[in-house]
Each structure stands twice: as structure tokens, then as C-alpha cells.
Design a protein around this ligand. Structure first.
Ligand code: DON
Length: 305
């Protein structure tokens, strides 16, 4: 496995030149576009890695999985579905159009920005700060990494340029999808997106879904089997945004991307995978990371389909 990862990272690094690092959050434009790395944790706790797997990056939308896991733990699923649906979308991750025209103003799914903001508002906590601490604490637990930190340069950059997210949140407040103070709930969202991780952290998040709830390195049950089932289904259909269908065909794994260049992917019953490659395709997914996962899936016949 280790040799396979070395050769697949080498083979796919050239793809990084065909994408671009995110610039709409200015601080992300400082990422190195050539970066490509992978970390795998299997269900028996074995670990494999190659390339720039030690590179730190901000978790961005991969935090949406953690928020969704907390919201599913804290709520009756039927209550959750009164605020957010589980339908895929062919629009971009920060699209506003569907909130007005479709689905009774409900965000289509928890993996797009509107859905993630609504998800955070459903997480238990009397104040926005409580909600942040609940999700951040959960992330530290699921990654087995108590040292996770916010990258405050990225956080400030997100906050200064986050008007599209403000528009989504104000619209949802006007339609009763969220009740919270908009600035406070967005502050939680921006902070969560700005948490710094490595491929290992997101591989650990993913392996918990592969095992149906427990982390192999410490055998702690973190989530129920039924929550894992729901999260994997939504990742499969919505986790790569409007690239989810193509990813299902070419890779065939539940996955979640972020504009920091990370991808968390799950091979049910087998392994959790974390990938970094900040050079993104047009849909905001890591271009080298997707190609690397495609080769890995083909080599090891990992597709769930
Ligand atoms: O709110 C945003 O636009 C970013 N903080 C997160 C978006 C994101 O990661 C989409 N990923 N592919």
C-alpha cells in the first residue's frame, strides 16, 4: 500500500497545474498549488501516507460533516428535515437561487453553504459560542487531536469577504429557517471553516464513518451506526457539490471536499482517507486530489457501486 501511494502521488502531481487555488477568500491564495498528499487510516488502525501529507490546511467545508454529525446527534431527524433537505444540487456550493425558488425555502442539503449554516443553528447550545464549542470539541474528539486550532488569518479573511454567506443567512432568517442572530451564527461558521488540519485529521474523521462509529486508534464509539449511515449517504450524493455525480461514477466513495483543497473520503468497512491538493477544479474540488482518489479506487477496486 505504501508504495502504491508513493507512485500515485507522483503520477498525479502534474494535475495540480490544471487548477487554481481559491482566491475569493484572499488568505487561501497563499497556498502552494503544487501540494499533493494523502493519509489513510484503515479500520484496524494501520496508517499509510505519501506526498505532502503533513501540510496544514484549513478544513473549510469538510467541517460541514462535523456540524451535521452534531446536529444529527442533538435532534430528532424529523425535526432536522423541517429545516434542511437531503437533495443533491447542480448549482454551486454558495448558490442562493434555490433558497428562493425551490423546496419551501429550505436549503437543499447540509453540504452546501446555506445548509451548513442552517445545520449549525440546529446544534445544541444556548449561545452561538456554545454551538461552536460543541462542534469544535466534537472535531477534536473525532480526529483524536486535542491540539486543533483556528487559523486566525483565514478566519479574518473569511469574515472580511463573507458577504455571500451573509446573504444566505439573512435570507434564511427572513424565511424562518434560522432564528439565530445572523452575525453570531456566521461567526461560528467562519471559525469552523478556519480550523487548521492535516490529512491525518480528516482521515481519522473518515475512518469513523468506515467503522460505523468508532475510531480504531482508541476504540472509542463516537457516533451511532444510523448517524454514520445518514452522513455517508449525504456525502455520496452531495459531498462534492455539483461534482458529486461525476465523482460517484469515477471514484465511487462517500466524500467531502473543502476549498482549502482537502477531501475526506470513506471506504465503508475498510478505511478513511484524507487528501490535500489546494489547486481546485471549476467546482471547487481539489483537482489532483480527485484524480489521486480515482486511481486509488481503480487500483484497489474501492468503489461502493
Ligand atoms: O464559505 C465558504 O465559501 C468557505 N468557507 C467554504 C466553502 C467550501 O469549502 C466549498 N468547498 N468546496
Amino acid at each position: 500500500m505504501q508504495n502504491l501511494l508513493y507512485s500515485l502521488v507522483d503520477k498525479n502531481r502534474s494535475w495540480t497545474q490544471y487548477g487554481n487555488v481559491a482566491t475569493y477568500i484572499p488568505e487561501l491564495s497563499n497556498s502552494n498549488p503544487d501540494t499533493l498528499g494523502i493519509f489513510i487510516c484503515d479500520v484496524d488502525g494501520n496508517e499509510y501516507y505519501a506526498g505532502d501529507y503533513k501540510t496544514k490546511f484549513t478544513i473549510q467545508s469538510i467541517s460541514k460533516i462535523a456540524s451535521f454529525m452534531c446536529a444529527l446527534t442533538d435532534n430528532n431527524i424529523n425535526k432536522l428535515y423541517t429545516k434542511i433537505s437531503c437533495a443533491p444540487t447542480s448549482d454551486g456550493f454558495n448558490s442562493i437561487i434555490n433558497l428562493e425558488t425551490k423546496n419551501s425555502h429550505k436549503p437543499l442539503n447540509p453540504m452546501i453553504n446555506s445548509g451548513a449554516i442552517a445545520t449549525i443553528s440546529l446544534v445544541y447550545g444556548l449561545t452561538a459560542e456554545d454551538k461552536f464549542n460543541r462542534i469544535f470539541g466534537f472535531l477534536k474528539e473525532i480526529t483524536n487531536n486535542p491540539n486543533l486550532k483556528i487559523n486566525y488569518n483565514v478566519y479574518e479573511s473569511e469574515k472580511n469577504t463573507g458577504d455571500r454567506n451573509r446573504a444566505l443567512a439573512y435570507y434564511m432568517k427572513s424565511t424562518g429557517i434560522i432564528d439565530d442572530d445572523v452575525d453570531e451564527i456566521l461567526d461560528v461558521y467562519f471559525k469552523l471553516c478556519s480550523i487548521e488540519v492535516t490529512c491525518k485529521d480528516i482521515a481519522y474523521m473518515s475512518v469513523v464513518l468506515a467503522t460505523d462509529g468508532f475510531l480504531p486508534c482508541n476504540n472509542k464509539q463516537i457516533l451511532s451506526k444510523s448517524i454514520c449511515k445518514t452522513v455517508k449517504a449525504i456525502m455520496t450524493t452531495c459531498g462534492m457539490y455539483d461534482g458529486s455525480g461525476e465523482f460517484a461514477v469515477n471514484v465511487g466513495l462517500p466524500a467531502k471536499s473543502g476549498v482549502g483543497g482537502g477531501i475526506a473520503a470513506v471506504v465503508p468497512k475498510k478505511m478513511g482517507i484524507g487528501v490535500i491538493g489546494p489547486s481546485l477544479d471549476k467546482k471547487g474540488n481539489s483537482i489532483g486530489g480527485v484524480k489521486l482518489l480515482e486511481d486509488l479506487s481503480n487500483e484497489l477496486e474501492l468503489s461502493i457501486f
